[in-house]
Design a protein around this ligand. Structure first.
Ligand code: MV4
Length: 501
């Protein structure tokens, strides 16, 4: 077993891996940028090394710097977390060259999955169900026109080097094909340095369901059930759950067996995720494979009772999986809510800054994976994910009730809205779900008497609660408005507020 693991990441996932190291008696090594000197992962690790300025390309993405720390600290392995270098085949290769074990798949499997056309060709040969389409880049407009007619409209143009929704374009009619193809190709060239684009038939209102797999280095590959990930905003997942409300025991086995076939075809080792699109008739199609531990892995841990990070470390150390497919059971229901430093009531504007008050949710069936603490200042330089609130229960209604209870103490209005929504509770969801929910805005009609009255009451309350910003200052400076507001006695204000109850 490894003695020392370097965690090439930050935030909640670095904390998650550091905890696993502690549980396994392994020394953990954190790395941090200028703005992360006081971050939670640095506090929790056994050792910590500075790796550069805030911008990720100068710190968390700098391969030589991270390998230099690994050497100086004497780490025998590196856990990449998710994001940053986690799916970078060159980094995995550089680790191998430096004699440090990369906790993840081989550079070859990562490379195959990184190129979508390459993955489609291999999976097609292996008999994996794919969304109908082409598995080669389009050579010319004439070829595209001919293949598009075969596949049928509406269709998707996807960048071979893309993924996760990047470099994807919908084409509704043959008339649009030429211009959308040109845009897609030049965009792919600009974003990925590779202009290759291929065609897939567009699945209307699909669900996004993924299957967790684990594979050891001795040829054992198992599936650990699915995660329903349809609730997304701009290709960013917001809430995930396991099991999926539409997957029954038979479908789970069929999807699991296909996922295992995908992993075997790629020569895959360690933990990975096979993504599927599921159409309205519950047909499922392989989409892509994520060659990393995913943000939403806790929902799988909660329903299988397995610790995926422990498994990753044991597998990377060359051990055999200590159980078989028949030993894997699925029990209960788990839902994850991602807590982002962004304001859902203000167009999801990023909202970094100092955390002045933190009420950590707890109680039965609640798991809170967090990368923050009270008093810390959230930097603006990275992904806004602060923490994950994961609920667990015997069934879906109990899990929903526990999350509503845990979220009431905080202020995360979006999840309250999703969890209370009758469609969500009935499991009626697809990838258009969140946009529809959000467009159903509760609007105040000022032309009706009740609406006007509610608006007047709200304005009065607002002025009472925050006189500095609410009172128009008629051209006076912000400072004099503040001074005027502060002159009023706090006792008087408190008394009036009590009167408003
Ligand atoms: C599609 C699709 C419809 N048809 N492919 C978006 C993320 C990337 N992994 C694949 N995506 C899609 N691919 C075909 N052939 C619709 C989407 C899609 C989507 C998928 C999952 C979750 C949310 C989504 C939102 C918009 C589009």
């Amino acid at each position: 077993m490894f003695k020392k693991i370097l965690i090439a990441n930050r935030g909640e996932i670095a904390v998650r891996v550091i905890r696993a190291c502690g549980e396994l008696g392994i020394t953990s090594v954190a790395v941090y940028s200028d703005v992360d000197r006081a971050a939670l992962h640095v506090r929790k690790a056994d050792e910590a090394y500075h790796i550069g300025p805030a911008p990720a390309p100068e710190s968390y993405l700098k391969i030589e710097k991270i390998l230099d720390v690994a050497k100086r600290a004497g780490a025998d392995a590196i856990h990449p977390g998710y994001g940053f270098l986690s799916e970078n085949a060159a980094f995995a290769q550089a680790c191998a060259d430096a004699g440090v074990k990369f906790i993840g798949p081989t550079p070859a499997s990562m490379g195959m999955m990184g190129l979508k056309t390459c993955a489609r060709q291999a999976m097609e040969k292996a008999g994996v169900p794919l969304v109908p389409g082409t598995s080669r880049g389009l050579a010319s407009f004439e070829e595209a026109e001919r293949l598009a007619a075969e596949v049928g409209y509406p269709l998707m143009l996807k960048a071979a080097a893309g993924g996760g929704g990047k470099g994807m374009r919908l084409v509704n009619t043959p008339g649009e094909l030429k211009s959308v193809l040109e845009t897609a190709q030049s965009e792919a060239q600009r974003s990925f340095g590779d202009g290759e684009v291929y065609i897939e038939k567009a699945i209307v209102n699909p669900r996004h369901i993924e299957v967790q797999v684990v594979a050891d280095e001795h040829g054992n590959t198992l599936y650990l059930g699915e995660r329903e990930c349809s609730i997304q905003r701009r290709h960013q997942k917001v809430l995930e759950e396991s099991p999926s409300p539409v997957v029954d025991r038979d479908m789970r086995r069929r999807m699991g067996e296909v996922a295992v076939r995908v992993a075997r075809t790629a020569g895959y080792t360690n933990a990975g995720t096979v993504e599927f699109l599921v159409d309205q008739d519950k047909n499922f199609y392989f989409l892509e494979m994520n060659t990393r531990l995913q943000v939403e892995h806790p929902v799988t841990e909660l329903i299988t009772g397995l610790d995926l990070v422990h498994l990753q470390i044991h597998i990377a150390a060359g051990e055999k999986l200590p159980f078989t497919q028949e030993d894997v059971g699925f029990r209960g229901h788990a839902i994850e809510c991602r807590i982002y430093a962004e304001d859902p009531d203000n167009n999801y504007f990023p909202s970094p800054g100092r955390i002045t008050l933190l009420l950590a949710p707890s109680g039965p069936g609640i798991r809170h994976d967090s990368g923050i603490y009270e008093g810390w200042t959230v930097p603006i330089d990275y992904d806004p994910l602060l923490a994950k609130l994961i609920g667990y229960g015997t069934d879906r209604p109990q899990t929903i009730a526990r999350l509503i209870r845990a979220l009431i103490k905080t202020n995360v209005s979006l999840f309250r809205r999703i969890l209370r929504d009758p469609d969500f509770q009935a499991g009626k969801l697809d990838t258009g779900y969140l946009d529809r929910l959000l467009s159903r805005e509760v609007k105040l009609d000022l032309s009706d008497r009740d609406g006007a009255e509610v608006a007047a009451i709200a304005a009065a309350l607002f002025a009472m609660l925050d006189p500095v910003t609410a009172v128009p200052n008629n051209g006076a400076s912000a400072n004099s408005a503040r001074a005027a507001a502060e002159k009023a006695s706090n006792w008087k204000r408190a008394g009036r507020l009590e009167g408003l109850r």
